[in-house]
Design a protein around this ligand. Structure first.
Ligand SMILES: [Zn+2]
Length: 436
């Protein structure tokens, strides 16, 4: 049993200020202004900084993370060369190397305030090496990070011989979610057939579904329609996620007008992966060059729960990244032009509460009774957190501080100027007509 922890004087994502939070026995015991200090409690002054539920990544590939350069670098930068490169790397992998890289990445995640992650795991491997490695990682990180694992047939369920049997074996070993990649099957009909098989498998096993779906610039890649159809047919509403959905960017508007309500009625969650979609899609375009991210504001307006995923960090598809979900939110905000006050808030939700819904996390949030998991950000609001990729001053899991980060600051040596830079403050008095 850990000592009580009182966070004093925080700002919440909904704008409430001067809020105290009491963590007791791993849960949030109380939330409000001027809470009394229980005997033996550790007290931390939040100083008006933003206290948020932890970041959640709804779409990642932990088996490939931090393998950049192995065995070589993706020269074209395209999705297809990335898949080919991953195929070259797979026979060279060892369980120990996957575990070591994954644990290292989870350290980054925690330091960035990310305490839950859904990772796809490639099951198209006779040895199921990555499956075994990541099940080991899941057990090892469980005290500090909720890791959900998706059985992902990277080479195609029907296209790759034996993939279905391997996927079922991976589920038998303990993977949590049924994955898929219908647009990578040989024909549209086989893609649709793979969606049907996988949804039926999930229904029979009582598992959620999360498919790489229509990660293509081809407007005729319409597997999301089939996914929504089978979701309704099998009564899987709320348990199914369509990841990427980039072909929606290029689809005919009339068709999308019919598709959006279908996705909403089916209760299918959508995940955009802004950093990766803007990097990998539109590669075969001249100019104008498509952005290749799905229609985030339109999906939200239709009532669809939309999350953002990091997808890749330093792997065959993407050489950058550092487990920073605020970087993901910032890219999503820019690509989708969600610059309004509401749009910025939605982008923060897309890396916190919306992703928590997709993962089905229990006890997530800043309410009494929720798990005492939260992050203190060096920012005054969600929009400012995104703007600054704010420092994670404090990361708390179950009422225990598990990571601390120094505030970002710089000492200036300029004649006639202050000696210290503060990125969170605007000059005062403000210019006439400036927003309050
Ligand atoms: Zn992915």
């Amino acid at each position: 049993m850990t000592a009580p922890l009182l966070i004093r004087g925080a700002t919440l994502p909904d704008g409430r200020v001067g809020i105290d939070l009491l963590a007791l026995d791993g849960r949030i015991a109380a939330l409000g202004p001027a809470l009394p200090v229980p005997p033996g409690a550790a007290v931390i002054e939040a100083g008006g900084h933003l206290l948020s539920p932890p970041f959640v990544d709804a779409h990642f590939h932990l088996d490939a993370a931090l393998s950049h350069g192995l065995p070589r670098i993706n020269a074209s930068g395209t999705l297809l060369e990335g898949i080919g490169l991953w195929g070259e790397l797979k026979p060279l992998l060892t369980e120990e190397a996957i575990v070591e890289r994954a644990l290292h990445y989870c350290d980054w995640a925690v330091a960035r305030g990310m305490l839950a992650m859904r990772s796809h795991v490639d099951v198209c491997d006779e040895r199921l090496l990555a499956v075994r490695a990541l099940l080991d990682v899941k057990r090892r990180v469980a005290p500090y990070l909720d890791l959900q694992l998706v059985a992902f047939p990277q080479d195609g369920l029907l296209r790759s011989s034996g993939a279905l049997a391997l996927l079922e074996k991976a589920l038998d070993l303990g993977l949590d979610v049924v994955g898929g990649i219908p647009h990578f099957e040989r024909t549209a009909a086989q893609g649709a057939e793979s969606v049907k098989i996988l949804c039926e498998l999930a229904a029979a096993r009582g598992l959620p579904v999360d498919m790489h779906c229509d990660e293509s610039d081809d407007p005729l890649s319409r597997h999301i329609e089939t996914l929504a159809f089978h979701t309704v047919r099998l009564g899987l509403q709320g348990r199914v996620t369509g990841s990427h959905l980039t072909s929606m960017h290029s689809m005919d508007n009339d068709y999308v007008g019919k598709l959006l309500p279908l996705i909403a009625e089916a209760g299918v969650h959508a995940v955009a992966n802004p950093l990766i979609n803007i990097t990998l899609q539109g590669r075969h375009d001249g100019y104008p060059k498509r952005r290749g991210m799905t229609r985030v504001p339109e999906l939200l307006a239709a009532g669809v729960n939309v999350g953002f995923g990091h997808d890749c960090v330093m792997d065959p598809w993407y050489a950058l990244g550092s487990a920073d979900m605020l970087e993901v939110a910032a890219m999503g905000l820019h690509v989708a032009q969600m610059t309004s006050v509401q749009g910025q808030r939605q982008c923060f939700h897309a890396v916190t509460v919306n992703n928590a819904r997709i993962l089905g996390l229990q006890g997530y949030g800043l309410e009494p009774g929720c798990r005492a998991d939260f992050v203190l950000l060096q920012a005054g609001s969600p929009a400012e957190a995104i703007r600054l990729r704010a420092q994670r001053l404090l990361v708390v899991r179950g009422g225990t501080v598990i990571s601390r980060m120094a505030p970002a600051s710089a000492e200036l040596a300029l004649p006639g100027r202050p000696s210290c830079v503060d990125f969170t403050r605007q000059p005062s008095p403000r210019a006439p007509g400036a927003a309050g």
